[in-house]
Design a binder for this molecule. Structure first.
Ligand SMILES: Nc1ncnc2c1ncn2[C@@H]1O[C@H](COP(=O)(O)OP(=O)(O)OP(=O)(O)O)[C@@H](O)[C@H]1O
Ligand SMILES: [Mg+2]
Length: 315
C-alpha cells in the first residue's frame, strides 16, 4: 500500500526563504518522463542567468545521453568557429556508477554528486542540475538538493499521468502518482536533513498556439493538482521549431539578440516569432523568482520585448 500523503502546500514565503549567504542556489530540472524539455530549458535558463551577470554551473546527471553536455560543447565550438564571445556556464557531468553491488554503486554516485556540487557550490551563484527522464538513484538524490525544482511538462495527459491520475469525465485529480510521490518523499527527506523547503514550479512546455480543448483541460487539471500537492505553475514555452534547431549551434533564443549569431554567420536569423519566444523564456525565469546572491532578493523583472504580435506559425 502506498504511504503517500499529500504534502502541505508550502506557502510561497516559506518556500522562498532567504538563501544561505555565499552558497549557490540549486535549481534542479526534473521530470521522470522523458522528452519533456528538461535539457533545452536548462540551457535557456543558464544563459538567461549568465546574461544577468550571474555565475552559473550546469550539472548533467544524464551523462549517458549527455544532451546538456553536448549542447554546451556545441556552444563552445560555435563561439570558437565564429569568433564570438558567448557567456558559458561551468559544466560538469556525473556519470552513473559502474559498480555492480547496488549499495556500493549508490554510495559511489552519492560521493560523485557531492564532489561535483562541492566543486562549484561556493563559487557560483546558481547550479542548474539536469536530470534524466527516468527514475534513477542519482536523480532522486539530486532532488533533495533542490532549492527550486522545475518540472517541465509536455501539454499531454500522457505526461501528466506521471504526476497524477485524472478522472476522464470530471478532470478531477484521483490521486497523485509516481513522480509526485517521489518529490513528496524527497521533500520530507530534505526537511529531516534541515534543508530549506523546496520551491516546486511546474511549467508547461510545447504549448500549441491554438486554443485547443486539450490545452484548456490540461490547464484545469494542473491547477487542481497544484493546490493538491503544492507546486506553483509558471507560464510555459510554446511549441517552436527553433528549439530543435538551436541545439547544433549551442545557442539559445537569448543569444540571438546579441549581435553575433545572425543570418549569414551560421546562426539562425532572428524573426518576430523568436522575439516572442525569447520573452516567454524571460517570463519563465522571472516566474522562478530566483534569489540574487548578493542582495538575497529575487532577480529583477526582465525587460519586456517590444510588442510584436506573435505570429500563429511559431517558428
Ligand atoms: N518548446 C519546444 N518546442 C519545440 N520543441 C521542443 C520544445 N522543447 C523541447 N523541444 C524538443 O523536444 C525534444 C526533447 O527535449 P529535451 O531533450 O530538452 O527534453 P528532455 O526532457 O531533456 O529529454 P530527456 O528526458 O530524454 O532527457 C527535443 O527534440 C527538443 O528539441
Ligand atoms: Mg535531457
Amino acid at each position: 500500500m502506498s504511504t503517500f500523503q499529500p504534502a502541505p502546500n508550502p506557502s510561497i514565503a516559506e518556500a522562498q526563504a532567504a538563501p544561505a549567504p555565499g552558497r549557490a542556489h540549486v535549481l534542479v530540472i526534473g521530470n521522470e518522463k522523458g522528452g519533456s524539455g528538461k535539457s533545452t530549458t536548462a540551457l535557456h535558463i543558464a544563459v538567461a542567468l549568465l546574461n544577468d551577470g550571474a555565475k552559473v554551473a550546469t550539472l548533467d546527471l544524464d551523462a549517458r545521453q549527455g544532451t546538456l553536455g553536448r549542447y554546451v560543447e556545441n556552444r563552445e565550438a560555435f563561439a570558437r568557429r565564429k569568433g564570438v564571445d558567448l557567456p558559458m556556464p561551468v559544466h560538469a557531468a556525473v556519470p552513473l556508477s559502474t559498480l555492480s553491488d547496488r549499495a556500493e554503486a549508490q554510495a559511489d554516485e552519492r560521493a560523485r554528486l557531492e564532489a561535483a556540487l562541492e566543486q562549484v557550490i561556493d563559487t557560483v551563484d546558481f547550479v542548474i542540475v539536469d536530470t534524466p527522464g527516468s527514475d534513477t538513484y542519482l536523480s532522486r538524490l539530486a532532488h533533495t538538493w533542490a532549492d527550486t525544482l522545475l518540472t517541465p511538462l509536455n501539454d499531454s495527459f500522457i505526461d501528466l499521468d506521471l504526476l497524477a491520475r485524472v478522472d476522464p469525465d470530471t478532470l478531477k485529480i484521483v490521486r497523485p502518482s509516481i513522480y509526485a510521490e517521489a518529490v513528496w518523499k524527497q521533500r520530507q527527506l530534505r526537511a529531516v536533513q534541515g534543508g530549506r523547503p523546496v520551491d516546486w514550479v511546474v511549467m508547461r512546455n510545447r504549448l500549441s498556439s491554438l486554443a485547443a480543448r486539450n490545452k484548456r483541460d490540461m490547464g484545469t487539471a494542473i491547477e487542481a493538482l497544484a493546490k493538491r500537492i503544492g507546486f506553483r505553475i509558471a507560464a510555459g514555452l510554446s511549441e517552436r521549431v527553433i528549439y530543435k534547431e538551436l541545439f547544433l549551434t549551442g545557442l539559445t533564443l537569448l543569444d540571438l539578440k546579441r549581435g553575433g549569431p545572425k543570418r549569414g554567420d551560421g546562426g539562425p536569423s532572428l524573426t518576430l516569432s523568436h522575439v516572442a519566444a525569447r520573452q516567454e523564456v524571460r517570463d519563465l525565469v522571472a516566474a522562478l523568482n530566483l534569489p540574487r546572491r548578493d542582495a538575497a532578493a529575487p532577480l529583477a523583472e526582465p525587460a519586456r520585448e517590444p510588442a510584436t504580435g506573435d505570429p500563429q506559425s511559431a517558428g
